[in-house]
Design a protein around this ligand. Structure first.
Ligand code: ADP
Ligand code: MG
Length: 235
């Protein structure tokens, strides 16, 4: 069974169709990349999946259960964690306190919270900075912290919207390693512009253009796909 299924998701903003009858199947334990030109509807799609915005039509299933009408906070409790394209950390709190806040959705006793926070900060290489204020971190480290805040929720599905945006080459390599470590434990749905990252980490790629899915497949198949090549060459 797919971990997450979307069927016929439609969303229009005014006259503009942002997602057009989108179907998506995310298999458990995989890294699933969502790619496509700017404005293709990638962020809208993950906003629909996480419940931040309601669809005009369509259904979303998590482990076979219809979550289409569950509010965003309930979907978090059900195991969908989502890091935003725009930074969502609290700059005046320490890394550890940010982690504790994020962990509250899943853990309620202090010992397991502390353990989960330490493990998540360690995974992104920020454990030794846990007492620093999040706002004092360099930009790239803030992006890694966001990922830690997703991991700390121990989600069954972690959605990352352009996690490598603004990262330097070394941080991007760190990120690729990190996804390698997370693979299997966590299913990842990743919006990513950097094709080197996509090709290095994705098991499955779904390509959106003008709100529609134009291709789904493994990296080899996607690279050879004529419609995908046309979409990228055409801008
Ligand atoms: P992507 O993430 O692939 O770049 P988006 O999902 O952000 O694309 O946007 C898809 C289309 O929907 C774009 O044309 C964008 O301008 C439009 N759009 C997205 N969110 C909104 C919104 N809240 N209000 C109006 N238009 C929106
Ligand atoms: Mg986007």
């Amino acid at each position: 069974m797919a971990l997450l299924e979307a069927h016929g998701l439609n969303k229009a903003f005014g006259g503009l169709t942002a997602t057009d009858n989108v179907d998506l199947m995310v298999e458990p334990g995989t890294v699933h990349a969502l790619i496509g030109p700017n404005g293709a509807g990638k962020s809208t799609l993950v906003n629909l999946l996480s419940g931040r915005i309601p669809p005009d039509a369509g259904r979303i299933l998590l482990q076979g259960h219809d979550i289409s009408h569950e509010p965003a906070h309930r979907r978090v409790q059900l195991g969908i964690a989502y890091t935003f394209q725009i930074t969502s950390i609290f700059p005046n709190m320490t890394l550890e306190a940010n982690g504790e806040l994020a962990a509250m959705v899943r853990h309620n006793d202090p010992a397991s919270t502390e353990h989960a926070v330490a493990k998540a900060l360690d995974a992104v290489g920020l454990l030794d900075r846990r007492a620093q204020l999040a706002g004092d971190l360099a930009y790239g480290h803030q992006r890694l912290l966001e990922i830690a805040l997703g991991i700390v929720q121990q989600p069954s599905l972690l959605i990352l919207d352009e996690p490598t945006q603004g990262l330097g080459d070394a941080e991007v390599r760190w990120f690729i390693d990190l996804l390698g470590q997370l693979r299997g434990d966590t299913t990842l749905l990743l919006i990513e512009h950097n094709m080197d990252v996509v090709m290095a980490v994705a098991d499955t790629i779904t390509v959106l253009q003008f709100g529609r899915v134009i291709a789904t497949g493994n990296p080899d198949a996607i690279q050879r796909n004529a419609a995908v090549q046309a979409a990228y060459l055409g801008g």
